[in-house]
Design a protein around this ligand. Structure first.
Ligand code: ZN
Length: 545
């Protein structure tokens, strides 16, 4: 403040001066007041109200764009330019419209326009079971084995429909099983008094070759001598039942002795084959039973196993008689009684060798006791191969299928498989008979076949293969089934140049190594963008010449 002189000697002049001073003083006050009131704070900066009148002006002054950002999809791509959020002006903590007139002293924050991501829709689904090997590649599974089930969480853009994120979690092992068909023509073959070191392996071989299952009622004394045979029975899908420790007649023993005999057998079988083996059936020696024996068997957690067809093979009438007796009396639901020990059972083995395919040809499925009585789903021998989106159904080919190479019937070392209508062949001895050679690298799971038409490298369970170093894609991959690789028919024919004729009605596969024809026909179609060309046999193998 400027001090005003109290008086001067100059009278009039002195009044004029003092008025001017007054004016200056008022002006100074006014300017001082105005200086504090004509500014606003924009994003922390003091801006004169002469520069900004409205909220929108503030953005311009601080160089921030109020234009809306873009609408983005879940992966960050622009769906709509300018479809995002517009800029915002906030005055004293409240957002205001851009044309709001500002007042001195306002505190203004300008936020720029921003991108907006579309809303996300989430879907969680339970994945089908994925049987995976230790190397995490899909593998073949059989019914009744464990596989991991997964959980997939997929986030998708609600507007674009594009997939944003996918999370996959394995949740727990589950047991795959398929319900048994209600009307099934089935027969249970049963073998008592073994295991026997000669006959039992022969029977197991016959059953394995024909994809048939049976039930072995074993004696404790022989289980002790041949525990490996009991393990093999179980590994190959057969059932083991108890036939007492040493063939005592249970009706002539005390209750305590019967209970002890059963418990001793159970304990032994569990010790050689594992505690998880379910022993559901006891066949009392001689079939001798009474109410007490039946109660004791049930008390042991088992069922009494009798039979309905008895060819009296223990009397050794010869294989032809045994064969005729069983074929003559076979019916669905039959339980056939045979003996695989302890005497010479060559007649039984020879009869079974013919009986198994003969009964199967009549449409009977050869099952275990528990399968026949519906205690467990029937093991059909079918396997499923999961390859991501593809699901291939494999099953053993007709049991009676004949394989003929150059006019000569051959016995493949393992059964043929059918995968979605295509045949898969075991290597042995077909490939060599067609003049080619193969290498099977079990560790790497690679099969290499070298023939007249080049070299084919096949990877188990993989649709990718290489022919002379060039990548091809198989529709049905080679698979490992019961420890032996099975190779798609087209691959064998393609690389050997063999002529192939398959008559499905008669179940005859004829192959000729003579290069008179063009080899098996196969479809070749252009692959999609990311796939190499696809080579595969037509859907149905039948009659390719
Ligand atoms: Zn017996």
């Amino acid at each position: 403040m400027i001090p005003i002189p109290a008086s001067t000697g100059s009278g009039h002049w002195s009044r004029r001066v003092s008025a001017a001073v007054m004016l200056l003083a008022v002006l100074a006050v006014y300017i001082a007041l105005a200086a504090s009131a004509s500014y606003v704070l924009v994003n922390g900066e003091k801006v004169s109200l002469s520069q900004v009148r409205t909220a929108a002006d503030c953005a311009e002054v601080v160089g921030i764009s109020m234009a809306p950002g873009n609408l983005l999809d879940v992966r960050g791509a622009v769906i709509k330019s300018g479809g995002g959020e517009a800029g915002t002006v906030i005055r004293d903590g409240v957002s205001v419209s851009p044309d709001t007139v500002l007042a001195p002293g306002d505190v203004v924050t300008v936020l720029p326009g921003s991108d907006l991501t579309e809303p996300v829709q989430e879907k969680v689904e339970l994945l089908p079971c994925q049987p995976v090997g230790p190397d995490l590649r899909p593998t073949v599974w059989a019914e009744g084995i464990e596989a991991f089930r997964g959980l997939r969480r997929v986030q998708r853009g609600a507007i674009s429909g594009r997939v944003g994120t996918i999370e996959i979690a394995q949740i727990r092992p589950v047991v795959i099983s398929r319900q048994r068909p209600t009307s099934i023509k089935a027969i249970a073959l049963t073998f008592d008094d073994g295991p026997h070191p000669t006959h039992t392996p022969q029977l197991l071989d016959i059953l394995a070759k024909n994809n048939a299952r049976a039930t072995f009622f074993v004696l404790g004394i022989y289980v002790k001598r041949h525990p490996d045979l009991v393990r093999r029975m179980l590994q190959e899908g057969h059932e083991v039942g108890i036939h007492s420790w040493a063939h005592a007649n249970y009706t002539q023993l005390s209750s305590a002795a019967v209970a002890e005999d059963i418990a001793r057998c159970q304990k032994l079988i569990h010790s050689v084959a594992g505690d998880s083996v379910l022993l559901r059936w006891i066949r009392p020696p001689y079939g001798a039973r009474n109410a007490t024996v039946e109660q004791l068997i049930e008390a042991a957690g088992c069922h009494v196993a009798m039979w309905s067809v008895d060819p009296r093979d223990w009397r050794r009438p010869g294989s032809e008689v045994i064969y005729q007796r069983v074929v003559g009396r076979a019916h669905s639901g039959a339980v056939v009684l045979f003996h695989d020990g302890p005497a010479n059972r060559a007649g039984t083995v020879n009869a079974v060798r013919r009986l198994v395919p003969a009964l199967q040809k009549k449409g009977y499925r050869l099952v275990t006791m528990s399968e026949l009585f519906g205690l467990v789903p029937v093991f059909t021998g079918e396997v499923y191969l999961d390859l991501g989106a593809d699901h291939i159904h494999l099953m053993p080919a007709a049991q009676e299928m004949r394989v003929i190479v150059d006019g000569e019937p051959i016995e493949p070392a393992h059964p043929l498989l059918i995968g979605d209508g295509q045949l898969l062949l075991p290597l042995e001895p077909i490939v060599e008979r067609l003049g080619a050679s193969y290498e099977w690298d079990q560790e790497r799971r690679v099969v290499t076949i070298s023939g007249l038409r080049g070299t084919l490298t096949l990877y188990l369970d993989s649709q990718r293969a290489e022919k002379d170093g060039e990548q091809v894609l198989l529709r049905i991959p080679p698979v490992l089934f019961k420890d032996a690789p099975r190779i798609p028919l087209w691959a064998v024919a393609n690389i050997t140049g063999a002529q192939v004729r398959y008559n499905s009605a008669e179940a005859v596969l004829e192959m000729s190594s003579r290069l008179t024809g063009t080899g098996i026909e196969h479809t070749i179609r252009q692959g999609s963008r990311d796939r190499p060309s696809v080579v595969g046999a037509p859907l149905a193998v039948p009659s390719v010449e």
